[in-house]
Design a protein around this ligand. Structure first.
Ligand SMILES: O=C(O)CSCC(=O)C(=O)O
Length: 330
């Protein structure tokens, strides 16, 4: 039995998470779902966006399934990632039939370092009207993220998905010390694996992810660059409604769609649940429930291809109705 800490959060999180949970229940896998609070609403009630009891529940469960947070997003998810030390933020970018994608051959994974860089939160006013943000790069975090990414590239090679290509995005021509270390550690670690390493300046890489996305397999980069590249990459495969993510550490897994709470459509029943369903598939694989993951992905692919979707994907169903179409095919 898998215990899952479910945090719906704010806005459409309250719609897409229950939709995905209904599909998880349809797989027949033995789950216990334990609801917990985080985000704007609990902040307004208690003054705390990430309650201690939610952190406790997250640590006691086998995985955390998170929806979205509004204005408090960074206070909730960045803090949770740090507390759970989920140092790898895994962001698949894949073209699905029936979805308006840049091309049909896109299938790569962005691995974003998830603990440091500019996300250390070290900001200061160092003089009147002068403000700084400190970017932290440590050899330890570099080792961990590059080993994680190289293992992923090797696994995909063993599955025949690709030939071990792995790409590092950095800005070492400007950030000569911090990204010089980042780039050098990448090649140092890559030597220990049967992979094909390459690197690009992150601005050029951003362009290549648009002009030739089908040529990439595993892309590894630092925190803020990963945040930016992954949103742009989502745009090449149908938008943030198609963007799942898995925050992975040595002890915990935190699963969340990349999109936010979308207050403009919250409560209308039209939120696209695909990103959250794809996130549920990532969680099933993390829990080694690979047969169930395959069944959900096959069911989702059929639903997408037949436009049994929410309006943003060309269909006419509600969030719940789309999830029901997936669930009955699982
Ligand atoms: O920048 C962050 O990661 C924290 S705010 C939510 C977000 O943008 C993302 O999860 O990509």
């Amino acid at each position: 039995m898998h215990k899952i800490c479910v945090i719906e959060g704010d806005g459409i999180g309250k719609e897409v998470v229950p939709a995905a949970v209904s599909i998880l229940k349809a797989t027949g896998v033995d789950f216990e779902f334990i609801n917990a609070d985080a985000g704007d609403e609990v902040f307004e009630k208690t003054g705390v966006a990430l309650p201690e009891e939610t952190v406790k529940s997250a640590k006691e469960c086998d995985a955390v399934f998170f929806g979205a947070a509004g204005e408090t997003a960074a206070d909730v998810i960045v803090k949770l990632r740090k507390i759970l030390n989920t140092y790898a933020n895994v962001r698949p970018v894949k073209a699905y039939k029936g979805i308006n994608c840049l091309n049909s051959d896109i299938d790569y994974i962005i691995v974003r370092e998830n603990t440091e860089g500019l996300y250390k939160g070290i900001e200061a006013e160092i003089a009147d009207g002068v403000y700084t943000a400190t970017r932290v790069i440590t050899e330890e975090a570099c080792e961990k993220i590059f080993k994680f990414a190289c293992n992923m590239a090797e696994d995909r090679k063993k599955q025949g998905i690709n030939n071990g290509e792995i790409t590092c995005g950095h800005k070492a021509n400007v950030l000569k010390l911090t990204d010089g270390v980042f780039k050098n550690k990448f090649y140092e670690v890559a030597k220990q694996y049967s992979v094909k390493p390459e690197d690009y300046y992150v601005d050029a890489l951003n362009m290549y992810l648009i002009t030739r996305p089908e040529t990439f397999n595993v892309v590894v980069t630092s925190n803020l660059f990963g945040d930016i590249l992954s949103d742009g990459a989502a745009g090449t495969v149908g938008g943030l409604g198609m963007a799942p993510s898995a925050n992975i550490g040595d002890e915990y897994g935190l699963f969340e769609p990349v999109h936010g709470s979308a207050p403009d459509i919250a409560g209308k029943g039209i939120a696209n649940p695909t990103a959250t369903i794809l996130t549920a598939i990532l969680m099933l694989r993390y829990l080694n429930e690979n047969d169930a993951a395959d069944r959900v992905e096959k069911a989702l692919e059929e639903v997408l291809e037949n436009k049994l979707t929410t309006p943003d994907l060309g269909g006419s169903l509600t969030t719940t109705q789309m999830a029901e179409e997936v669930a009955k095919r699982v």
